[in-house]
Write a protein that binds this ligand. Structure first.
Ligand code: TYD
Ligand code: MG
Length: 437
């Protein structure tokens, strides 16, 4: 007889503790115990062994259809691009993001536009709430709602109904009766996701899992699932701002550096096909402290505005505040500007931000950030219609960046005739002299 028991397994040493405790009884690691299911009796194990029979399959024997045919279009061009050309049948896709960012909106729109029957499992909202949203956003012909949080019931329903696609909103609300933990605990989230994975692979149903992350990204959810699922996409942006950026963090079937840009309107998420134009709509070009940089978002060059404000500080340790840029980068660039351009920024508070809720994570914007800081300090504006591309080294040198030619081309296309890069100036002091006169 097979029996399922729950144990608390240490994530550090693998020791099975019979009860939850703050510390592992074996290796003494803290907070490392996670609830898991263990089978005793071994029968099921035997059955599972027999399933593959230990047989090795030759690639040639596998009936692999043309990949293109296996992908399902989402009905949203930007979403398709992020997924690498549509949804692969039977794949499990995790949609991560902070609460309120628009994950449910995105997946409701997807459910309405995709060409196959959809089962939308609403664990967080009532079916009425989802129906209300559907009504606001348009029409849905093929959409079935299921208000359920028991994962085994959900799997059973899906096996019976055989939808082409399933949305689970959210994975943190699911529970399995076989585990004792609360919904949202690491053990529950992992077990529920693995049962849904099995469903997806067995039945060829593509599954979208919604997973919340907090600002620190520590909550049980996306992080513990990342290695299990096929694709992880993250929806980011400022909740009060208009723009949302959808980014691939992991993709077993495509590139991981694709980015889709959406705007949150009262009709839902609208695709932004010309992100540069949208981000620069309210740019303050011509004002001291404003600089336009060319970022590479995925494979696409995008122009955004960086703003800096340097004001005299009355604090012993002046403030450095950054939004959309890692603080360490601002501190570093401020130090480089101070040392090599001889601007005494250490008596100044410094605030730097990126417009449009974009997050800068690559070195191509270094030059623009440094120039914005210098521009604000000197109270002189950078030339109009000038774009900045370049990495800045510790010695003040300006370096070439990845895909520089493509970035320049994109900037020129948008009417930015003047480009400041390593080709225009070799070092930061020269750039300041040249452009901040
Ligand atoms: P939601 O998709 O519920 O967020 P999540 O599922 O990630 O928690 O979206 C929340 C916000 O989106 C909410 O503040 C309202 C806004 N919104 C719009 O602006 N327009 C719309 O058409 C919809 C449906 C939502
Ligand atoms: Mg939601």
């Amino acid at each position: 007889m097979t029996k399922l028991i729950t144990i608390y397994r240490c994530q550090q040493c693998g020791f099975d503790n019979p009860k939850w405790a703050g510390q592992c009884g074996q290796c003494k690691a803290w907070n490392s115990l996670v609830e898991e299911i263990k089978e005793v009796g071994g029968k099921r194990h035997e059955a599972r062994k027999r399933a593959s029979g230990g047989r090795v399959v030759k690639i040639a024997e596998l009936n692999i259809r043309k990949e293109q045919g296996q992908r399902l279009a989402t009905g949203m061009h930007e979403f398709d691009r992020v997924l690498g050309g549509g949804i692969v049948t039977g794949s499990v896709i995790l949609v991560a993001g902070e609460p309120g960012i628009g994950k449910s909106t995105l997946l409701t729109q997807l459910s309405m536009n995709v060409g196959v029957p959809v089962l939308y499992v609403c664990g967080e909202e009532s079916p009425d709430q989802v129906a209300l949203r559907v009504k606001r956003l348009g029409q849905a012909k093929n959409l079935g709602l299921l208000s359920e949080t028991d994962v085994d019931l959900i799997v059973e329903t899906a096996r019976r109904e055989k939808p082409g696609l399933m949305v689970v909103d959210s994975v943190q609300t699911l529970t399995s009766d076989d585990l004792m933990g609360m919904a949202g605990s690491v053990g529950q989230v992992r077990e529920c996701a693995s049962r849904l994975m099995r469903l997806a692979k067995d039945e060829g149903i593509s599954v979208f899992l919604v997973g919340h992350v907090t600002k620190e990204g520590t909550v049980a959810g996306p992080k513990v699932l990342e290695h299990m699922v096929d694709v992880v996409v993250e929806l980011t942006g400022e909740r009060i701002g208009r723009f949302r950026i959808l980014r691939t963090l992991k993709n077993r079937f495509g590139a991981t550096d694709e980015v889709g840009v959406f705007a949150m309107e009262d009709t839902g998420l609208v695709e932004v096909t010309n992100p540069s134009g949208a981000f620069l709509e309210e740019s303050q070009a011509g004002m001291p402290g404003s600089a336009v940089v060319v970022l590479l978002e995925g494979t696409r060059p995008v122009l955004v505005e960086v703003q800096a404000l340097a004001v005299k500080s009355f604090l012993p340790v002046p403030r450095r505040v950054a939004q959309g840029i890692p603080l360490a980068k601002v501190q570093l660039l401020a130090a480089i500007v101070e040392k090599h351009c001889r601007l005494p920024l250490s008596n100044y508070d410094l605030f730097v931000s990126v417009a449009g809720g974009v997050k800068i994570g690559e070195p191509g914007a270094d030059l623009g950030i440094a120039m914005a800081i210098a521009s604000s300090y000197l109270n002189r504006a950078l030339p109009l219609k000038a774009a900045m591309i370049g990495e800045v080294g510790l010695l003040g040198e300006i370096r070439r960046v990845r895909e520089q030619a493509r970035r320049i081309k994109e900037a020129k296309k948008l009417g930015y005739a003047q480009i400041l890069s390593s080709e225009t100036a070799a070092r930061l002091p020269a750039a300041v002299k040249l452009w901040l006169k």
